[in-house]
Every structure is written in structure tokens, then in C-alpha cells.
Design a protein around this ligand. Structure first.
Ligand SMILES: NC(=O)c1ccc[n+]([C@@H]2O[C@H](COP(=O)([O-])OP(=O)(O)OC[C@H]3O[C@@H](n4cnc5c(N)ncnc54)[C@H](OP(=O)(O)O)[C@@H]3O)[C@@H](O)[C@H]2O)c1
Length: 297
């Protein structure tokens, strides 16, 4: 492990920052890819609170940290410190990767690209399709934005709090002219929306390891066409109760782990001009599953 590290003056730390970070597992995958590509870099999580972010940004410059990734609650707090941010990440206030180019800091959000990349790898044809999303938190807007880039037909967004789904719908319409049907996430609305779905994307933390609640209703899976692809965003566990039920019903499934690995491809491309392929992603998946298993012991 870490045969890529030379530990000389060119060795670079690429931290993942957020608070708290006890749940963070991304470093396992990044370090594997550094090893695969022989990059003289290392990642580990650092706990940074929002009020410490300004100090971190200064320290990053001094320590020649030219790339870093961010997780909650820093994805929006970082934006005022950056020189450039892509329009979607600025609108949805969600940046999870920063790189320095010619002294300028450039931020981007890769959640949407990761999700859509995982769907495409699973054989989804997005153009003209009906996408149903459950959950209107920090990643839903970016995912819808990417679906629009791939010419999605109809988008239905369901959420526990209707007003939050309506906010995302308004932003999509105002900025990109895409109509998004916002609905309360009741069993009746889920059933009706899912009957038309070609893609179903679960974007809430329900069912995630450590999150206190799971889905109280999964009957909507039974209403879907057998070709509807079901993607669940949480990474851990790899197979959530939603995915297990979808698989029992014979629906094609995509785990949040593949979304994360697909996002990693985009981040490596953005930072280093490298695009990990299926072989590298499978190796990373094995490393991540082994790491998550080791935590259970
Ligand atoms: N695979 C990947 O690469 C990847 C990347 C990013 C995130 N994720 C995962 O995706 C999930 C969502 O991320 P996020 O950042 O968007 O999270 P978030 O902002 O915390 O999501 C909040 C959303 O979840 C809903 N929600 C929360 N608790 C609920 C409950 N008890 N019942 C029903 N709805 C509930 C919220 O509804 P209200 O509006 O009603 O509060 C809101 O729509 C997380 O599990 C995260 O770990 C995965």
C-alpha cells in the first residue's frame, strides 16, 4: 500500500475536508487510484468546521495543497473563497472539488455527473426518458441539471417537504427552462409517478448506514415498469433495503457506490486529466467494500 508515495518535496496532500468526518470513506478510493496511477499524493480526512474554512484556505496555499475535496457542511461555505465556480454548482451552492490553476482556485460539483455517469454505465438511455427523483436536498438540483444536459424528457421530484421540491423546480425553470413537477412524497404520489418512470433516483439519506430512518413505504417499486432503473444515492450499505426490494422485483439497480466511483472518474479527470475505467473502478469498489466490512468488526 502507498507504493506511489515518494515522500519528497513534490509529495502532495489532497485532503477531504468536512465536519464531522468519522463517516468519511472516500480516501480509501482516492489512495487506491493514486497507487494505480503512480501519483505522489495522499488523501486523508481532516475535520474543518465552517468557521475554520478561511484559515484552511490560507493554509492550503502555504502548504501547496493544490487540490482538495469537500463534504458537508462545507460544500456551500467554500464558494465565497473561490475564483471560479461552474454555474450549476453556484446556483445550487454545492462544490465538492477545488483545484488551483495558474494561481486561481476553481471549484466544481460532481454529484450530478457522478449520478448520471453511473446511470449511463448501467445502460440507461436518458434522452426523452421520464426521471423520478425522491428527495430535494443538496444533490437533487445538480442531478436534474445533468439529466437536462442529456435531454431528459420529463422530471418528477417528490419530497417530504413539498416547498423544498418546489424551490428546486423553480430554480430549474428559471435558470434552464426545464419544467420539473414537484410533488409531496405521499404513497399515492409515489405510486402514480413511478408507474411512468424510466429512471428512479433516490436522493435522500433514508436507509443510509447511521441514519436513524429507513423508507416507511416501498410499494411504489411494484408499480414500476420492469425496465425502470433504480439508483439509490447512499453509499453505505452498498445494498440498501430499497435496492434489495427492487432487485427482488427484478428491476435493474445501481448502488450509490457506483455513483461515487463514477464521480471519482469525473474528479480525476477534472484534477489530473485521467479517467479511471471499469477495471480501476472495480478495484476501488473492492477496496471500499473491504474497508466498510472492516469497520463492522
Ligand atoms: N453516491 C454518491 O456519490 C453520493 C454523493 C452525494 C451524496 N450521496 C448521498 O445521497 C444522500 C442525499 O445527500 P444530500 O447531500 O442531498 O442530503 P441532504 O441534503 O441531507 O438530503 C436531504 C433530503 O432528504 C430528505 N429527508 C431527510 N430525512 C428524511 C426523512 N426522515 N424522511 C423523508 N425524507 C427525508 C429531506 O427532506 P426535507 O426537504 O423534507 O427535509 C431532503 O429532501 C445521502 O445519503 C448522501 O450520503 C451520495
Amino acid at each position: 500500500m502507498y507504493s506511489n508515495l515518494i515522500c519528497n518535496y513534490k509529495t502532495r496532500l489532497m485532503p477531504i475536508i468536512g465536519y464531522p468526518m468519522d463517516h468519511s470513506n472516500a480516501a480509501q478510493v482516492y489512495n487506491k487510484l493514486f497507487e494505480i496511477y503512480g501519483l505522489n499524493k495522499i488523501m486523508f480526512p481532516i475535520e474543518i468546521k465552517p468557521e475554520e474554512l478561511g484559515d484552511f484556505v490560507k493554509a492550503a496555499k502555504t502548504l501547496h495543497i493544490d487540490t482538495y475535496t469537500l463534504t458537508m457542511p462545507l460544500k456551500s461555505a467554500i464558494i465565497p473563497y473561490l475564483d471560479e465556480v461552474d454555474p450549476c454548482s453556484r446556483v445550487f451552492r454545492s462544490v465538492n472539488i477545488v483545484k488551483t490553476v495558474n494561481g486561481k482556485t476553481v471549484g466544481a460539483g460532481m454529484d450530478g455527473k457522478g449520478c448520471v455517469g453511473a446511470l449511463l454505465s448501467a445502460g440507461a438511455s436518458i434522452e426523452g426518458s421520464t426521471a423520478v427523483l425522491l428527495g430535494a436536498g443538496s444533490i437533487s438540483g445538480a442531478i436534474i441539471y445533468e439529466l437536462i444536459q442529456h435531454k431528459v424528457g420529463r422530471v418528477i421530484l417528490l419530497n417530504r417537504t413539498l416547498a423544498h421540491a418546489e424551490d428546486v423546480a423553480r430554480i430549474m425553470e428559471e435558470n434552464w427552462g426545464q419544467k420539473v413537477e414537484a410533488l409531496a412524497a405521499t404513497p399515492e404520489n409515489l405510486d402514480a409517478a413511478c408507474a411512468d418512470a424510466d429512471l428512479f433516483i433516490q436522493c435522500s439519506p433514508l436507509g443510509m448506514y447511521g441514519f436513524p430512518q429507513d423508507h416507511s413505504y416501498l410499494g411504489f417499486l411494484e408499480k414500476m415498469k420492469k425496465t425502470c432503473i433504480v439508483l439509490d444515492c447512499p453509499v453505505n450499505p452498498e445494498y440498501t433495503t430499497l435496492l434489495i426490494r427492487a432487485r427482488e422485483l427484478g428491476l435493474p439497480i445501481v448502488s450509490g457506490m457506483y455513483m461515487m466511483l463514477s464521480q471519482m472518474t469525473e474528479i480525476y479527470d477534472f484534477c489530473f486529466g485521467l479517467r479511471p475505467g471499469d477495471k480501476e473502478k472495480e478495484e476501488c469498489r473492492r477496496v471500499l467494500v473491504a474497508y466498510l466490512d472492516s469497520l463492522k468488526k
